[in-house]
Design a protein around this ligand. Structure first.
Ligand code: ADP
Ligand code: G6P
Length: 529
């Protein structure tokens, strides 16, 4: 808990999130590979450098045997991570069930599962019980590692019960909770059978944070309307105890992206991609393959654009990177086949022998195959020896990979893009839009951004804002972006670039944690609608 020069850090943090920044894959009895986890929560928290933090979470894998748990714990300790081991049944009921089939769709306005309502109602109780049990397991690990003076920062919808579990055992602990998704209107939240219990559990925290003022206001309204508590300018009061509530818009480590563009390997990728797409404008989507990202809507809007603008047909390409996610949840499986089906149809309709309009790629490594066929081979050669060499060097036989190749590939792709398309139907913030802006200082491409992403509130003035449900409007915005003058692109980009480089992940964490001194900082006067 000291800096390399021996000075103590200003604040020690225990970060608790369902997902660790690395996910483990078992290679053999005692051998693990650690791969970077995807998602905005991980990206943002990795950008927080100035605190001495330990990260407590699930490594994304079931490890039933003690020997395996020991070796994995040791490997993770090197990354300052502490695992919470969840068995298969808990993962099924808590993560796939309550978190991703109930809370996630509800918080993104998709609502509770519609199909087989009775079955949903029946399984609801057991999933909620598993959710509470899993939260208690996280709390137990926190208690094992907690030292007096630590700030415990809980994250996201997976851990709404955690503040209560922590405070029940130690009321002196400083506990903050931050939600990375939208918090929906109380009219939506009140449909949740466990609505009150969850709100009470969150209110056990000292500070509760959201990406935007609207989400914070929804939360306070839910507490006043559903629990009958009093909303004050600073938060929510329950029997004389105040839980502070405020908006803390997240950011990225923008310097990391800007610096990456100088790396020779990235410049080489940029050169190759420019050659590959010469004569065509590049449009880009980077999303987890999630129903909230509006991927089918985006692709249909692109189809409409091609339909109405034949002169652009061989002059524009859409690269859609879709990272597989939560693949055990049926809704996600359906989405995957739906997207594949639409892409196949459109490529069949507008593709020629030499080019297809949509490159739909399931991960970043595959995107390298865009370069040309021979490069698929080259990139495999580049990738696997790197892993193999690391494996050989590791004494404890822990194979560690990082995302450097993918990260560099992603930066290169952002840099050559003319138009980024973010069409989320709802999104807490959306950091892909921030990353695109950070990589565009020489190209000054256009960001088309859903008005339902939290980022619309910060990047709205520089982006073209769209309603992703309105395919005609999105198609028209593609035309507008392609025809935009250089001056206008420059002006819009400047606005966004200043925001992204000034409001970083570090600043976000600093603000949250110093609010964690639980001092009052000009919080709005009223939470009323
Ligand atoms: P969400 O958190 O819903 O996934 P965001 O847009 O906020 O949405 O964040 C997505 C994050 O995941 C971005 O930081 C993006 O760079 C990252 N990402 C995208 N593809 C990959 C990948 N293949 N591996 C790891 N991270 C990825
Ligand atoms: C969103 C959530 C995160 C989550 C990420 C990836 O960003 O807010 O909590 O980690 O998606 O999803 P996964 O289910 O793979 O952790």
């Amino acid at each position: 808990w000291e800096r390399p020069d021996g000075r103590p850090f200003r604040q020690r943090l225990l970060v608790v999130a369902n997902r660790l920044p690395v996910s483990a894959v078992r290679r053999s009895e005692e051998s693990w590979s650690l791969e970077m986890s995807a998602g905005g929560l991980v990206t943002a928290l990795l950008g927080v450098k100035e605190f001495e933090a330990r990260w407590i979470g699930w490594a994304g894998v079931n490890v039933p045997d003690e020997a395996g748990q020991r070796t994995l714990t040791k490997a993770l300790a090197e990354k300052k991570c502490i695992p919470v081991f969840l068995d298969e049944d808990i993962v099924h009921q808590y993560y796939n069930g309550y978190c991703n089939n109930i809370l996630w769709p509800l918080f993104h306005y998709i609502g509770l599962p519609q199909e087989d309502r009775l079955a949903t109602t029946r399984s609801f109780q057991s999933q909620f019980a598993a959710y509470k049990k899993a939260n208690q397991m996280f709390a137990n690990v926190v208690h094992q590692h907690y030292e007096e003076g630590d700030v415990v920062w809980c994250h996201d919808y997976h851990l709404m019960f955690l503040p209560k579990c922590l405070k029940d055992r130690n009321s002196q602990m400083k506990v903050g909770w931050f939600l990375h998704t939208p918090f929906p209107s109380p009219e939506i939240h009140r449909t949740l059978p466990s609505r009150s219990e969850l709100l009470h559990a969150v209110l056990a925290a000292d500070l509760v944070g959201f990406h935007t003022y609207d989400y914070a206001r929804h939360f306070v309204s839910a507490c006043t309307r559903i629990l009958g508590l009093e909303g004050t300018p600073e938060g929510v009061e329950d029997q004389g105890r105040l839980t502070r509530v405020a908006a803390f818009p997240i950011g990225i480590d923008s310097d990391r992206f800007i610096r990456a563009l100088e790396v020779p390997q990235v410049q080489e990728h940029i050169r190759e991609l420019k050659e590959r797409f010469a004569g065509r404008k590049v449009m880009l989507g980077v999303d987890r393959l999630d129903m909230i990202k509006g991927i089918p809507q985006k692709i249909l809007a692109f189809e409409k654009f091609l339909e109405e603008n034949p002169i652009w047909r061989d002059k524009v390409v859409l690269v859609q990177i879709a990272v597989p996610t939560r693949t055990d949840v049926p809704e996600y499986q359906k989405l995957t086949s739906q997207v594949h089906e639409i892409v196949r149809r459109i490529n069949g309709r507008f593709g020629t022998l030499s080019a297809v309009p949509i490159h739909h790629l399931v991960n970043l490594l595959l995107y390298l195959s865009l370069l040309n066929l021979q490069d698929v081979y080259t990139c495999l050669i580049r990738y696997f020896p790197a892993r193999w060499i690391i494996c050989k060097e590791e004494e404890n036989n822990i194979l560690t990979t990082d995302r450097s190749l993918d990260f560099h590939g992603l930066c290169a792709l952002y840099a050559v893009t003319d138009i980024a398309l973010v069409t989320s139907l709802r999104d807490g913030m959306n950091l892909v839009s921030y990353e695109f802006v950070a990589c565009q200082d020489s190209k000054k491409g256009v960001l088309i951004l859903s008005e339902f992403a939290g980022a619309a509130q910060s990047l709205g003035a520089g982006a073209i804002l769209v309603n992703p449900w309105n395919i005609t409007e999105v198609a028209a915005s593609i035309g507008q972006a392609l025809n935009m003058s250089a001056e206008e692109r420059e002006k819009r980009h400047r606005h966004n670039f200043v925001h992204v480089t000034n409001h970083t992940a570090q600043e976000w964490a600093e603000t949250f944690v110093s609010w964690g001194d639980w001092a009052s900082h000009g919080i709005p006067n009223s939470w009323d609608e």
